[in-house]
Each structure stands twice: as structure tokens, then as C-alpha cells.
Design a protein around this ligand. Structure first.
Ligand code: SF4
Ligand code: SF4
Length: 401
């Protein structure tokens, strides 16, 4: 007779987790120090000890339904204090990579995480596609007298920006729905009332636009201002600046491209200022993270997977070519120069957006706030359920003797 209580170890998952990070699962002896020192772990949601155990046993479905890896912001306190140097902080990072590939039903993420060459080939394939599209639409040399004649903003909108926006919207939404199914719908222990989805909606926006949990991710209990002065929030603020620059540039270029392609001697001042602000955010933000990864001085930058390097490198190059393009337009370089810088910029930008946003590192920007939202929903729904079941219990009337 089959014994349903036997836990099956998924050796393939254990190998995969080893491949996508540098934790030492075998060294963990479940002392629990990591969970007790973690500044973000709570009594209701303790981590990362439980994740060390589940990963060590290869409990794939349980891990795929786990939201905790997204609640960790890799301060590294657990790794610093682990008596066995099992690197639990790094395990949480590997689990975030595992989760990105678990939500993606196409299998592309897993391929990118498993193989450097797989990632390079995917990026190259998109670059070739963009190149062919460009040549078909605009040719190999600029024929028009002005930039807008050579590279029509309308054609860029219709054939590049809008199809990309639809593609990203559809793919990311379907992956987030898959995440919702695995973590909320399939969890039979809790049923979230419809009203909560609306009343808790603020946490989704708040966490997306502030990434506030980064600020809480350390064991230093001194005041906010003291820590700000000492540069304790540099990582958080740089990450936030980078994210805001990146998202606002994306929105602006998709919806207001003709402003950015303005060749007049005095393009709208606010457009130029905004463009410079966002491009500087992109270039300096990524340079900061590249330096951190090279120097390995802080816990969260100690280990780097090839997808981390690829992401920051592509973001940096996108920022640099974006600044070059803006400078070439403002300083009125010849149309052929602008034409080729434009093409190079798109050959870097599009592969990054098509591959990195839904299938790799970038997707954490979407999954993190969504995970915090789902975790809040489940916690509140559980509290309501508990309160409801207490209220439903019949009052015990003391019996008369
Ligand atoms: S990861 Fe380290 S601190 Fe955490 S339970 Fe295992 S041995 Fe203990
Ligand atoms: S890295 Fe920091 S936030 Fe993440 S589990 Fe470890 S102690 Fe907690």
C-alpha cells in the first residue's frame, strides 16, 4: 500500500538550487539562529530556517508556494550569525531565482538561470530581431534630412514600443497570476475575502514605490536620521533612485517618445531635465551596484550569479547609450551619427526589456511588492477567520448545581 505520508526528496531541485546560488544546505543543523536574528522575520512568518529545511529536503511544491523569500531583503544578518556558515541569506536569494522560474510556465527563466550561454543566445536572438525590424523600417542608412524623417517616432511607437508594452503586460500578468494561484488560491488553510483585496491594495503601491522594507532590513535600532547620516540607507536609496529612474524613463519613452526625439534648438526644458535626471539615475545607480558586486564588501553583494552581472551590465549600457543619444540630439550632431547611436541603444534596450523583465532578475521589482501584498492578505484573512471562529463558538453557560 502506498504511504502518502512519505516525503519525497526532489534531487533535481536540490541540484538546481545549488546551481543558482552559493548556500551550503548540507551544513545546516537547524539551530534556528538565523530566524531569531533576522530583522524581518516575525512570529507568524519565521524564516529562513524553515526554507533551509524545505530546500534541503527538496520540497518543490511547498517552496513554490512560499512567499517568504520575497520578504527577505538580503541584509545578511542570518549569514553573519550562522554558526555553520551555511549562508541562509544566499539561500533566500537562490530561492527567489527558483521562484522566478517556478512562476514562469514557459521554462525560459530556468534556461537563463541554468546556462550563461542560454542567456546570451536569448539576448542575441532578440537583438537580431530588432536589427532586422529596424532595417526593414528605416534601412541601413538614414535617408531623411531630419531625425524624425529618418526614424519616424510613429513607426517606433507602432512597431517597437507598443508591441513591447503589450508583450510585457501579458507575460508578466500571466506569471503573477500563476504566483497568485500557487501562493493564495491553492492554499486551502485560508480563504481571502474579496473586500480585503481592495482594502489592502495600498500596500502593493506603497511597497512598489518606496521599497520601504529595505530600510528595515538591518539589526541596527538607532534612529532613522542617525542611520541616514552614516550612510546606512545608501543601498536602499540608490536602489530606489535606480528603480524610479528606470520605470519613469520606460513610461515616458513609451507614451511621450516624440518629446524625447525633439530636435528643436530648445526642447521643452522639463523634458530635458527629466531625461537627464532619469539617465543619471540609471548610470550612477548601476555603477554603484557594479562596484558593490566587484568589491564584495557587504553581505548582499558577496555572491553574484551570471544573471546579476548581465542585468546590471545591460542597465548600465542602456543608461550610457541613452545619455549619448540625448547629448547627440541636444548638441545637434549629424543625423547619421544620431541614427546609429539610436540603433545601438535599441539593440541593448530591447533584449534587456524582453528577456530580463519577465524572465530574469528584473522581475523581482514586480514580484516583491505583490508578494508583500499576498502575505498581508493571507495574514489578515487568517486573523478574521480566527476571530470569526471564536465568535461562532457557543458560550458555555455555567451549570447550576
Ligand atoms: S542556516 Fe545556520 S543558523 Fe540557520 S538553522 Fe541552519 S545552521 Fe542554524
Ligand atoms: S538576509 Fe536578512 S532579511 Fe534575509 S533572511 Fe537573512 S536576516 Fe532575514
Amino acid at each position: 500500500m502506498e504511504n502518502n505520508n512519505v516525503i519525497k526528496t526532489d534531487n533535481d531541485l536540490i541540484k538546481y538550487i545549488r546551481h543558482i546560488g552559493d548556500s551550503n544546505l548540507k551544513k545546516c543543523f537547524q539551530c534556528g539562529t538565523c530566524s531569531s536574528v533576522c530583522p524581518l522575520s516575525t512570529e507568524d512568518r519565521p524564516f529562513p530556517r524553515k526554507e533551509m529545511l524545505m530546500a534541503g529536503w527538496g520540497l518543490k511544491d511547498k517552496l513554490a508556494a512560499d512567499l517568504n523569500p520575497w520578504l527577505c531583503y538580503y541584509c545578511g544578518e542570518c549569514s553573519k550569525n550562522c554558526p555553520r556558515k551555511a549562508e541562509p541569506g544566499e539561500l533566500m536569494m537562490s530561492l527567489r531565482r527558483f521562484l522566478i522560474s517556478a512562476y514562469d510556465f514557459t521554462g525560459i527563466s530556468r534556461l537563463l538561470y541554468k546556462s550563461k550561454f542560454g542567456e546570451l543566445i536569448a539576448l542575441l536572438a532578440v537583438a537580431i530581431l530588432i536589427f532586422v525590424e529596424w532595417v526593414v523600417l528605416f534601412g541601413l542608412t538614414p535617408h531623411g534630412a531630419t531625425l524624425n524623417q529618418a526614424v519616424s517616432p510613429d513607426k517606433i511607437d507602432y512597431f517597437f514600443d507598443w508591441p513591447l508594452t503589450v508583450f510585457l503586460g501579458v507575460v508578466l500578468t500571466s506569471f503573477i497570476f500563476n504566483m497568485f494561484k500557487k501562493t493564495v488560491l491553492d492554499d486551502k488553510s485560508v480563504k481571502v475575502p474579496l473586500k480585503l483585496y481592495i482594502t489592502e491594495g495600498w500596500s502593493l503601491l506603497f511597497n512598489f514605490f518606496t521599497q520601504y522594507r529595505y530600510a528595515k532590513c538591518d539589526d541596527d535600532n538607532r534612529s532613522f536620521l542617525t542611520k541616514l547620516k552614516e550612510g546606512k540607507y545608501n543601498f536602499w536609496l540608490t536602489h530606489l533612485f535606480l528603480m524610479i529612474s528606470y520605470v519613469s524613463l520606460f513610461v515616458a519613452i513609451v507614451f511621450f517618445l516624440d518629446w524625447f526625439q525633439d530636435e528643436s534648438s530648445l526642447p521643452l526644458l522639463h523634458v530635458v531635465l527629466f531625461d537627464y535626471f532619469a539617465s543619471i539615475g540609471l548610470v550612477f545607480g548601476t555603477a554603484y551596484f557594479i562596484i558593490k558586486r566587484f568589491t564584495k564588501k557587504i553581505e548582499r553583494s558577496k555572491f553574484s550569479h551570471h544573471t546579476d552581472w548581465m542585468f546590471v551590465a545591460l542597465l548600465f549600457l542602456t543608461g550610457v547609450t541613452g545619455v549619448m543619444l540625448r547629448a547627440a540630439i541636444v548638441y545637434k550632431y549629424s543625423v547619421p551619427v544620431i541614427f546609429y547611436i539610436y540603433l545601438i541603444h535599441l539593440l541593448i534596450l530591447f533584449p534587456m526589456l524582453v528577456i530580463e523583465v519577465p524572465f530574469s532578475k528584473w522581475s523581482h521589482l514586480a514580484y516583491r511588492p505583490v508578494a508583500i501584498y499576498f502575505a498581508n492578505l493571507k495574514e489578515k484573512a487568517k486573523k478574521l477567520q480566527t476571530a470569526g471562529s471564536i465568535a461562532a463558538q457557543p458560550e458555555t453557560v455555567p451549570s447550576e448545581k
